[in-house]
Design a protein. Structure first.
Length: 40
């Protein structure tokens, strides 16, 4: 039995974490709206 080539698992993990972080940081929470919007 042969396993498919998956490359470097660490690079896949980091790529996925970077994507996850970009999605997370693009969200604006209700707290941020309430706390920061009046400042603008």
């Amino acid at each position: 039995m042969t396993w498919p080539q998956v490359g470097n698992p660490a690079s896949h993990f980091l790529r996925n974490k970077k994507q996850e972080w970009e999605e997370y940081r693009s969200e604006v929470t209700a707290f941020e709206l309430k706390a920061l919007l009046p400042v603008l």
